[in-house]
Design a protein around this ligand. Structure first.
Ligand code: HXC
Ligand code: NAP
Length: 292
């Protein structure tokens, strides 16, 4: 009996949905100039969607635009800090002028860095919660209010993290914020279902990518072997997340709402028969003693 791990998915470039599933529709996606957001936006674009990317930094917006344009799809970008409701409204205005009201919102943008909870400054806590939880709500609110006024249906996908359920040692701010995001999926799906708005969550497992922030990358590099530490014996492939996101927002998933889909090869359910020794977050991060 060999430990072969979970099989590799079909190659990049294959579709999980029929070609043209999103023809004529617009997807508004936050933080899609980098990493997972860019991968998700790419898959929507390959299925025919127009893409509007919203985030803060010009270099990220340009990278996202280039990636989508390279596959021949229609894309535009709008600067937006999702912590600011007025900027969120202006970004949706820009989308409506360019493409019309988007029928899909992907709340992908988030903030995170590893830090022992006792070291975290109040502003560090506020910043991560403000981007990850408040920003997600502001975008969802703007999207829903426009659809309610127009009497049109829509679909929201909020990108989460599995420490929403388990807690996240070293990520107290982000874990608490993502728990809020997961809970919000459940509330908004019920409140807005009657108006035709579906709300779901999508939780990536470990999906390393070239745009990871130095903090997150450094944290990953401190672990010796990412593949052998996963029950799947491999990390996620970006296209696997794109397929899951597009399915959730597609006509084939209309009766799925209030659900959070975890795409992580069962990593978050992992328990061991015997407990490994406890290593504090400070030690895991190579930090010295707490100095107050
Ligand atoms: C401790 C830190 C810190 C760090 C910032 N701060 N980085 N504290 N360790 N590494 C503190 C600052 O000192 C400051 O507090 C406060 O946080 C705000 O910092 P700013 O730089 O002023 O904030 P801002 O410019 O708004 O930038 C937000 C950011 C930044 C979160 C700090 O990293 C960012 O823009 N991130 C976006 C991309 C991102 O985070 N991606 C990760 C997503 S991955 P003081 O008290 O000094 O004022 C993810 C899941 C990963 O979410 C799962 C891992 C397996
Ligand atoms: P990433 O590359 O760092 O992307 C984060 C994006 O969010 C950036 O493009 C950034 O763009 C945008 N953003 C940050 N703050 C913003 C703000 N205030 N306003 C608007 N946009 C903002 O991270 P990622 O790894 O792709 O993560 C994407 C999502 O997956 C996040 O929700 C994350 O929590 C989740 N996730 C990732 C993993 C993983 O393995 N990578 C695992 C679990 C969950 P600007 O800098 O241009 O604003």
């Amino acid at each position: 009996m060999q430990t072969i791990g979970l099989p590799e998915p079909p190659p990049a470039g294959e579709h999980a949905l029929p070609a043209g599933t999103f023809d004529g529709t617009t997807v508004f996606i936050t933080g899609a100039g980098t990493g997972l957001g860019k991968a998700i936006a790419t898959e929507f674009a390959r299925l025919g969607a127009n893409i509007m990317i919203a985030s803060r930094k010009t270099e990220h917006l340009d990278a996202g635009r280039d990636a989508i344009a390279a596959i021949g799809a229609t894309v535009d970008t709008t600067p937006c800090d999702i912590r600011e409701p007025e900027q969120v409204a202006a970004a949706f205005d820009a989308c409506e002028v360019r493409f019309g009201l988007p029928s899909v919102l992907v709340n992908n943008a988030a903030a995170n860095f590893p830090v022992p909870a006792e070291d975290m400054s109040p502003n560090a806590w506020r910043t991560v919660v403000d981007i990850t939880l408040n920003g997600t709500y502001f975008c969802a609110r703007e999207f829903a209010r426009r659809h309610l006024r127009a009497d049109t249906p829509g679909s929201i996908v909020n990108v989460g993290a599995s420490y929403a359920w388990t807690g996240g040692p070293g990520f107290a701010h982000s874990a608490a914020a993502k728990a809020g995001v997961k809970n919000m999926v459940e509330t908004l799906a019920v409140e807005w279902g009657p108006y035709g708005i579906q709300v779901n969550g999508l939780v990536p497992g470990l999906f390393p990518h070239e745009d990871m922030t130095a903090d997150i990358k450094g944290n990953l590099e401190r672990t010796s072997d990412k593949d052998s530490c996963q029950p799947a014996l491999r990390v996620g492939r970006l296209r696997e997340l794109g397929w899951a996101a597009t399915f959730l927002a597609s006509p084939y998933a209309r009766f799925i709402s209030g659900h959070t889909l975890v795409v992580d090869g069962a990593n978050w359910q992992r328990r061991t028969l015997t407990n490994p020794p406890v290593v504090t977050v400070r030690e895991q991060m190579g930090k010295g003693p707490f100095e107050g």
